[in-house]
Design a protein around this ligand. Structure first.
Ligand code: NAD
Length: 511
């Protein structure tokens, strides 16, 4: 049964119905915005943005704090809507969709004004005698925000807070799988007192997303799959639009011989199964050195078998959010088993539950000729491979078209950091599952097929601005040096000056 289905429509606008992946019952429907409606939203956003950008950044920060207040006050509304749409575990809805956005929005409310304050930058050499430089962070205008279904609130609220504090307006196209959570986020911004039209939600599927890219926005912030990311990049490139792409991953975990095995096993299970494995930085392949392999696998299997899955009051692993993802998970498992992988736990759709549930799974004897070790599975699968040593683990971790994040587990933190720096990936965590996106100070973004550009942190925040250099002459009067008329005398003087400045020790010290 499809989670998102077309309904009959009385006019030429498309209507989609959404079901809960846990109960399979319909939970809502919506009308896809037409291309014209998307254009109108962008035009309204542009008008709202001009007044917004003119407000002092302190006032913009105050409104972000009001948004945090709404998150705190309306936690249950957020959790209820996320649970209805995704069937994820309640702890995950609270941690990922309430705590993380609150933390990120607070960070930008508190630090945004400092990060975006006009900077005076000292000039080098002789130029400093006559010029001053200021960098002014100007908003770009209207940001087109396109988000996926695996973190419907956090993946929208985090870029939203950055775009808004920087003085932009946002038109948001949420995933067609999780349209309701976006409406909750919109109502939080309304209750927080944000101006009308500053943040708008346009509902729809890929066609609506494609329309947003063509609707005259000034920047695109996209999170989603590699396949869609490539299309977004092409459309943005044609229009010379700045964009960031946060895409899929196949994160590697390296377990060194000296790792704390209990902690590493816990990290493997949580990293692979959290959010039903629908975590862009989820652990998708684990390389374990030979000497501790058996002990590690035993600990992982025991933990996975103890996981509670379901739609009851308390459970650990929830539903697969979308039937399309379930098909991918099933096909990767089938491919692995057919090529000789061993399933030590789970390995199939849960026969006891009505909804879309795939059992938490442990699979070993896996290799790089299998989809489960090379393509993004995005399911609750712990895939473990034995390697001779850490060197082989690093080599295998780097043997991937993806490079989003990864983890290293060892008792020697410094060595862990050294290994981490040799992994060709966007970020790495040592002795923890990947929490990079949850650390607002850290720039976040993938390498290779996992993305383009970075979000979060000072770098990501400034990405919502144009850094405008303003250079002023200290004197501002009299003749401009080096100006007309050009004379042989001045040219000789200039050449002498070049010899002195760049050709002598004293000159180089001054330059
Ligand atoms: P998706 O690419 O199918 O869809 C993402 C969004 O793009 C949706 O809103 C969709 O409607 C829209 N879209 C589809 N076609 C479009 C088009 N032609 N033009 C514009 N928009 C279009 O991805 P998904 O299945 O929703 O999300 C899962 C993927 O997202 C996974 O690969 C996951 O790893 C990735 N992801 C990455 C990060 C990260 O930060 N790197 C975070 C979360 C998820």
């Amino acid at each position: 049964m499809a989670i998102v289905e077309a309904l009959e429509s009385t006019d030429d606008r498309r209507r989609l119905q959404v079901r809960s992946p846990a109960s399979l019952e319909p939970i809502g429907d919506f009308t896809c915005a037409t291309a014209t409606e998307v254009q109108v939203a962008v035009a309204k956003a542009r008008r709202a943005q001009q007044a917004w950008a003119a407000r002092p950044i302190g006032e913009r920060a105050d409104l972000l704090w009001s948004l945090v207040d709404q998150f705190v006050k309306r936690q249950d509304d957020i959790v209820d809507s996320v649970l209805a749409e995704t069937g994820k575990a309640r702890s995950e809805a609270i941690g990922m969709e309430v705590f993380s956005p609150c933390d990120a929005i607070s960070y930008y409310a508190k630090n945004g004004p400092k990060i975006l304050a006009t900077q005076k930058r000292k000039l080098h050499g002789v130029m400093r005698l006559s010029k001053t430089l200021r960098i002014v962070y100007q908003p770009l205008g209207v940001v087109g925000l396109i988000t996926p279904w695996n973190g419907p609130i956090v993946l929208a609220a985090t870029p939203l807070a950055q775009a808004l504090i920087a003085g932009n307006a946002v038109v948001h196209k949420p995933s067609e799988v999780t349209p309701l959570s976006a409406l909750v986020l919109k109502s939080l911004t309304e209750d927080a007192g944000f101006p009308d039209d500053l943040y708008q939600v346009v509902q729809g599927d890929g066609a609506t997303g494609a329309a947003l890219l063509e609707a005259g926005v000034d920047k695109v912030s996209f999170t989603g799959s590699v396949a869609t990311g490539r299309k977004v990049a092409e459309v943005c490139a044609r229009q010379l639009l700045p964009f960031t792409l946060e895409l899929g991953g196949k994160d590697a975990m390296i377990v060194c011989a000296d790792a704390d095995l209990d902690r590493a096993a816990e990290g493997a299970v949580l990293g692979s199964c959290m959010n039903t494995g629908h975590y862009c930085c989820g652990t998708e392949r684990i390389y374990v050195v030979e000497s501790i392999y058996d002990e590690f696998v035993e600990r992982v299997v025991a933990r996975v078998k103890a996981l509670r899955q379901g739609d009851r009051d308390e459970f650990d692993v929830g539903a697969v959010f979308w039937d399309r993802q379930l098909s991918i998970i099933e096909s990767h498992m089938e491919d692995a088993v057919q090529k000789g992988a061993r399933v030590l736990a789970g390995g199939r759709r849960n026969p006891d539950l009505k909804g879309l549930f795939f059992e938490p799974t442990v699979v070993t004897e896996v290799d790089h000729d299998m989809d489960v070790m090379t393509k993004e599975t995005f399911g609750p699968i712990v895939s473990i491979k034995k390697v001779a040593d850490e060197e082989e683990a690093i080599r295998m971790a780097n043997e991937s078209e993806y490079g989003l994040n990864g983890t290293v587990w060892t008792s020697d933190t410094e060595r862990g950091i050294e290994i981490a720096s040799r992994i060709h990936t966007g970020g790495v965590c040592v002795n923890d599952m990947t929490i990079t996106y949850g650390i607002p100070e850290a720039p976040f973004g993938g390498r290779k097929s996992s993305g383009f550009g970075q979000v979060n942190g000072p770098e990501g925040l400034r990405g919502y601005c144009h850094a405008q250099p303003i250079i002023a002459d200290r004197r501002g009067k009299g003749k401009i040096q080096g100006g007309y008329p050009y004379t042989r005398k001045n040219e000789d003087g200039m050449q002498k000056f070049i010899r002195m400045l760049f050709g002598t020790r004293v000159g180089r010290w001054m330059s």
